[in-house]
Design a protein around this ligand. Structure first.
Ligand code: ARG
Length: 429
């Protein structure tokens, strides 16, 4: 039991409401690091927005004092909006960052109860859907404070299809959500047993209790999937939803963490057509789709998957277009990414990117990102899942400038040490 030593059980963040996984997910920064990160963020804010040096010095001193006295400071609405946008700009896994400036930021920091959160999420989904012309929106709820963890959402997206495990081991719906479905059922939710039933959204209250919120049908716009050349495909009765809204990433800005900050963009076709509907641990539908296109999965053609994937991608593009819902194809997205890369370079900033996430899973080698080297410098502000997975990589002072190779090695060594030495907890001085 190495990971759960005594000091962790005494941690106020853990003892307040029983075991809270969120406490273990947070970045572990010393007060010094937090102050350094805040100062670096404010410098960036003033450099890229209003450069009034008197104002900058005053604000930096004020924030530093608040951090020393209370372990906490409050972002101005402008700082918050800028931080959320830069966090997107810095996020290595997103191919769609060309539009980082267009993010609509909803400031809901005063809301921290599950009902309030559910209401705002519903509003968020309407604003984001925007009758099909999808807008990128983030709603930011209360941050972590040295005293408490705020309420947050206990699921990876607002919209998730249930997965019903059958006696024979097969699954109706999304296999990734079998456990989530079981938990919702245990809490009293009753699904219809269909392939595309939407799960209720779990909200974890500040005292660690989980409540499931069933969002009204109007929260989710569903797109029926068709293919103009293959009517048999429509008979499969497939659909996907319009707005992917991520709810399990922690927004970190200038040393302050916002664990409840749902954000959405619009889909790239391959996410649905090459992954969600096809991965064996998701809907696992490639064989059925292939047959509906007249392609035989049992035949001798080793390329049957490639052909079926191409038609499935065509189907998703056509279906969203027909429904009037924004969705980008991977060729356009890859071009946009190259434009973003050029813009960042022109602005003198390093590009943070993760090749295995940026390169789309279709036609990869004919897309320009396939042929470039990428590095993730872990710049903050950013969005992360947890300390252990990606939070440890994020460091103050880092990433907004290009660095020498030696500086890179020193940074990596610091990160390694950081990871070894820090214990779980929210705030440490
Ligand atoms: N890949 C995830 C999904 O298929 C969504 C991730 C975010 N995607 C986006 N286009 N903003 O649901």
């Amino acid at each position: 039991m190495i990971g759960i030593g005594k000091q962790h059980l005494l941690d106020p963040a853990l003892s307040s409401g029983g075991f809270q996984p969120l406490a273990r997910r947070l970045r572990r920064l010393s007060l010094r690091e937090r102050r350094a990160e805040a100062a670096a963020f404010l410098d960036l804010f003033y450099e890229e927005n209003v450069d009034d040096s008197a104002d900058r010095q005053r604000r930096k001193a004020e924030v530093d004092r608040d951090l020393k006295q209370h372990g906490m400071y409050t972002h101005t609405p402008q700082e918050l909006a800028f931080g959320a946008k830069v966090a997107w700009r810095n996020h290595a896994r997103c191919i769609g960052r060309l539009y980082w400036r267009s993010l609509v930021v909803r400031d809901c920091r005063n809301i921290s109860d599950p009902d309030g959160i559910a209401d705002e999420v519903i509003q968020h989904m309407h604003a984001a859907f925007n009758r099909g012309k999808i807008k990128s929106v983030i709603t930011i709820f209360a941050p972590v404070t040295p005293q408490a963890l705020p309420a947050h959402i206990g699921a990876n997206q607002v919209t998730r299809y249930a997965g019903y495990l059958q006696r024979d081991g097969s699954v109706v719906g999304d296999r990734a959500n079998v456990e989530a479905t079981r938990q919702a059922q245990a809490a009293g939710w009753k699904g219809d047993g269909g392939q595309f039933d939407i799960l209720p959204m779990p909200v974890i209250s500040a005292d660690g209790r989980r409540v499931f919120k069933t969002l009204p049908d109007s929260t989710t716009y569903r797109v029926p999937l068709i293919h103009a050349d293959y009517p048999a495909f429509a008979s499969l009765g497939l659909e996907w939803y319009a707005v992917p809204c991520i709810t399990d990433m922690i927004l970190t800005i200038g040393g302050i963490d916002y664990p409840c900050a749902p954000f959405n963009g619009f889909y790239m076709g391959t996410e649905i057509a090459s992954r969600n509907l096809v991965d064996p641990w998701r809907f696992d539908l490639l064989g059925d789709a292939a047959r509906s296109f007249g392609i035989n999965p049992e035949g001798r053609d080793p390329l049957w998957r490639d052909r079926a994937l191409t038609e499935l991608n065509a189907a998703v593009l056509q279906s969203y277009q027909k429904a009037g819902v924004t969705l980008v194809d991977h060729h356009t997205a890859a071009r946009d990414f190259m434009k973003f890369r050029a813009d960042e370079s022109a602005s003198g900033r390093a590009l943070h990117a993760d090749w295995s996430w940026i390169v789309p899973p279709q036609a990869s080698s004919v897309l320009p990102p396939f042929h470039i080297e990428m590095q993730d410098h872990g710049a903050v502000p950013n969005y992360y899942h947890s300390w252990i997975a990606d939070g440890w990589k994020m460091m103050p002072f880092d990433g907004n400038v290009s660095r020498s190779r030696l500086a890179g090695h020193i940074r990596d060594a610091r990160r390694w040490l950081h990871r070894k030495l820090r214990k779980p907890g929210t705030f440490r001085r």
